[in-house]
Every structure is written in C-alpha cells, then in structure tokens.
Design a protein around this ligand. Structure first.
Ligand SMILES: Nc1ncnc2c1ncn2[C@@H]1O[C@H](COP(=O)(O)OP(=O)(O)OP(=O)(O)O)[C@@H](O)[C@H]1O
Ligand SMILES: [Mg+2]
Length: 373
C-alpha cells in the first residue's frame, strides 16, 4: 500500500533525467524477472540498486544501457523514450563485470577510444586520458595491454574508460568487486567525488550494503523483480517499510507476535511468549494481524538508569559477550529469540555483561517497528 504510494509519487518527479515507467521484463515469455519497475531519477543523482542475487538489478541496467529491451513499459532518458536508440548512441558510460577492454589496444588507447569516437583533438584526448588514469592510480600503466594487468587493475581501467568522456549518465554493475578492501574504499570515495563534481547521474549496482549506504543519494532495494523500498540511506536504515528491507539492511532483531490493539501511531503487540510491547505499526493494520517486530541492536538499552520508566521492558538472559574494540556486542535470549543482539559503545562506563546474567532490556517505542510477518 505505502509502497505503491511511494512508487507513484516517485514516478512524477519533475524533470526526471532517467525514468522507468511500468517496466516489465521476461526473458522466456513466461516469468517476469522485472515485475513493475517505476523509478524516476533527477539529474546528478547517485542511485544504487541493492538486492539479493537474481533480483533483477543487472537486467534493469542492461535495459537502460540498451543491451536488453523491456517486455512492457517505457524507459525515458532526459524526457525522451530510448527504447529505439541503440546502445552506442545513448552516451552512457558503463562498467559491467563482463564489459571487457579491447585486448589489442593499450590501456591509453582503450581510454582514448571513446574520445576519438567523439572527435576530440589529440591534446585534449591526451590530457583527459592522463587525468582518468591518475584518478584510478594507474598513471604508469598507459602502455600496457589489458592481458598484462591483474583483474583489479583491468577493473580500474574499465572504470576510467567509462568516466573519461564525462558522460551524463554512468551505469556501474559491481565495479569494485575484484578490488581489495583498501583500494575498494578509496575507489568508493573517488567515484562519488567524481560523480558529484562532474554532475554525473549514476546508477550503481552492488551486493555490498555498506557500499550502498555510504555512496548513494538514494538506494533502491530489490527483491524478486520489484523495488521493495526506495529511500535515502538513513531513512532506509531507520525506517524500513517491510520485513524484507528491515532484515536485508543492517542487523535487526525480530520477535514474532500478534497485534492486540492499534491506536494511531502506536500499537500493542503480544509476543509469542506472552509478553507485551509497544511498537509503531508500519504495515500491520488490524488487531489480530501476525507481525514481526523489529528493533536495531544499537537501540536496545539495558542500563537501569537509562531505561525509560514508561517503556515496556523485557527479561533477557545474556548468552555471549563479544569484545569488538569500539563496540561491545551481546547475544541474548529474549522472548524466545536466542539470537537477540545488543550493541553498545565501548564508553568508559560501559558494562561488560557476562553470560548467564539476567537483566531487563528496553527501548523507545518509536524505535520498535511492527512489520509484516
Ligand atoms: N540472458 C538471460 N536469459 C534468461 N534469463 C536471464 C538472463 N539474464 C538474467 N536472467 C534471469 O533473470 C533473473 C534476474 O537476473 P539479473 O542478472 O538481473 O539479477 P541480479 O539482481 O543482477 O543478480 P546478481 O546479484 O546475481 O548479479 C535471474 O533469475 C536470472 O536467472
Ligand atoms: Mg547482476
């Protein structure tokens, strides 16, 4: 219900630069792998598609790039339908996992190629190629051929080639997958800096939720050929609209129960062990509805002085204490859930609860969300 509402308003962004309207895709004429995609991006936005394997992310990029056609619906670029424009005329920069470099050209020639196609003069070409190579820390590799580079280095050249002609739209499908952690983090920063500096509109695909949250203006969470939620990172993390998103993004504790009563923006939930808690009704509607209530590990309080008098508390038994340096992590048994996680900052007064300890835990009702079961 809310999802539909979000999608519909989203479709009506003024001056959308990229727009999917009711797009469906089937490869075999039977199964829809993209079910009803409505998405509108303003110019300059950095949007990430995040979701489990097979949820349709690459298919969406391929349709936007022009390598696949939509079975139904329309894709617009700068207000114009692109269904009939061939890929090389869309002016889109691309980094796909299997979008290979030209093997017979050197790295520098690979980078210069899109500039030659666009008829830039030699000195401009050389300056842009140099800048793009420096950007991916490959300045010394201009004369090598792709076969003489490691997988990660090839990936960086592919990235440089996608950005070298300063396209208005760039599509990236897991471009940093092959890189080690340090280079990956450096490239995450470089990509977003460049995209914002050059005003590039970017559609980025990743499996890595930290990458999605740190890089994006908005994240579209995909599952089963549909966008489950489309929101800025903080909203996605703090206000998941359904159980799928709550569990897919970050860590969440869930407890199952049934809605006893709803009163505006609070509801009373009876958990399966009989205890009762207050929560915000998100996509439960009536007393009697089954629900999964969800609460983030860092929003759980167990310090007696900080437990709010008016909040419901639950009994918890500590199962495990994990020291993580900056954070203490406790595994607890709560209302029948033995995998209940609580995180607390390693502050000077932080308590190191020990396994076997029985305590009261609580949280603000506004941090606890009653979602679909
Ligand atoms: N060329 C194709 N022919 C037939 N089916 C395809 C083709 N490409 C993808 N599919 C199917 O479409 C569905 C969506 O695939 P897609 O590659 O878009 O997923 P994805 O979200 O990118 O997954 P991953 O995270 O694993 O890359 C999958 O079930 C896949 O098997
Ligand atoms: Mg994919």
């Amino acid at each position: 219900m809310t999802q539909q509402g979000v999608l519909l308003t989203d479709t009506h962004i003024e001056d959308a630069f990229v727009e999917f309207q009711r797009v469906q895709k089937s490869y075999d004429g039977e199964n829809l792998v993209v079910k009803d995609l409505n998405l509108a991006m303003p110019k300059g936005e950095f949007l990430t598609m995040l979701g489990p394997s097979g949820s349709g992310k690459t298919t969406c990029l391929m349709m936007l790039a022009g390598f696949e056609t939509a079975t139904h619906g329309e894709i617009l670029l700068d207000g114009k339908p692109i269904n009939n424009i061939p890929p090389h005329k869309r002016g889109i920069g691309m980094v796909f996992q299997n979008y290979a470099l030209f093997p017979h050209m050197t790295v520098a020639e690979n980078l210069a190629f899109p500039l030659e196609v666009r008829k830039l003069d030699k000195s401009t070409r050389e300056a842009k190629v140099k800048r793009a190579l420096d950007m991916v820390q490959m300045g010394a590799f201009g004369n090598r051929r792709p076969a003489q580079l490691s997988g990660g280095q090839q990936q960086r050249i592919a990235l440089a080639r996608a950005l070298v002609f300063e396209p208005e739209l760039v599509l990236m499908d897991e471009p940093l997958g092959a890189l080690d952690k340090q280079l990956r983090e450096h490239m995450q920063f470089e990509i977003t800096r460049l995209a914002h500096e050059l005003g590039i509109t970017t559609v980025y695909v990743t499996h890595d939720q930290t990458e999605a949250l740190t890089m994006s203006d908005r994240v579209a969470v995909f599952d089963d050929g549909r966008i489950q939620q489309l929101a800025p990172p903080d909203q996605l993390y703090e206000e998941p609209e359904n159980s799928f998103v709550a569990q897919f993004i970050g860590e969440n504790n869930t407890m199952e129960g049934v809605v006893k009563s709803i009163d505006g923006d609070t509801c009373l939930v009876q958990l399966d062990d009989g205890s009762e808690i207050d929560a915000v009704p998100i996509n439960v509607h009536n007393p009697g509805d089954r629900t999964k209530v969800s609460i983030r590990p860092e929003r759980v309080e167990f310090n007696k002085d900080r437990l709010h008098a008016d909040a419901h508390t639950l009994k918890a038994t500590v199962k495990e204490f994990i020291y993580m340096g900056d954070v203490f992590r406790f595994r607890m048994s709560v209302a029948g859930n033995d995998e209940f996680i609580v995180k607390t900052r390693n502050a000077p007064d932080a308590v190191r609860l020990q396994p076997g300890q029985e305590i009261d835990i609580g949280w603000l009702a506004k941090d606890c969300r009653a979602l679909d079961a």
